[in-house]
Write a protein that binds this ligand. Sequence first.
Ligand SMILES: [Fe+2]
Length: 305
Amino acid sequence: MSIAIGQGLTTTKSAFIENAQKSGELYIKQPYELYSEANQETWRVLYARLKPKWEKYANSKFLEGVENLMLSPDLIPNLDEINSFLKPLSGFSAKAVSGYVPAYLFFDCLRNRSFPTTVTIRDSDALDYLPEPDIFHDVAGHVPMHTDRKFSDVLVRFGEVAQFAAVRAKSISKDKSEVAKIVESNIKAMARFFWFTVEFGLMREKGEIKAYGSGILSSASELQHAIESQNVQRFDIQLEWVINQHFEIDKFQPLYFIVDSFDHLFGLVDGLEMALRAGKLDNVCPGEPVANPADLASFLDAKVE
Ligand SMILES: [Fe+2]
């Protein structure tokens, strides 16, 4: 593949993305030819920083995933190529999106084994922190985990729980505002679960603590911090704690939860559904994250039976 010389697909600075959003196109085709040399250089710098840290701190399934996807240190991934390696392994595929995906749609994509994937890349002067996802976070942080059958089953199961929450909401015979409150609490609980596992989870592997959460795996500085800092709390995961624990997105996490395996994680998602059925997600502790109106509407208006 030749080096791209496009005008750029930089986070917050892409006419292509702005136009797609204006015309309401959420699912798009990755316009690979638009990546600029500066975008490619950003990928190279981020990849070079992370590679040695992955070797030290990432779980073995992630490292196998990086190999199996043939992730390039030098070039932003082409999603069609990534999918040609990914699909045969787990049935998952990366699906290009133009921006924010409301919560229900996001979880429902997971249920259908597709992962909404950002195609823009961060600006070269914001290498370390970015509040929104970019292609480095999504493809280098998340997608290698999707090559693992068990982990991908966890995501599908999580999507099923979200679907059940939407079905259940329709059966609650209370007035609209009370149903909305319950669904808001359900979304908060599911978002917290997702955050402390898929985004920032740690796991035990051969007597060591390794990272499997993509928020950690896509940040060279937080990856080391999460595993090595003395100033961090790490606890065995407890479902009831996680769903009631607020978090802040714009700083290193002070608290991480550890699972024993992806089988363990799968069982926890089963537990999440049982808790939902028992009404235990209907009034979780207040605090972040706050479901935005689009998230709430996506659940309330979901086409489910
Ligand atoms: Fe993420």
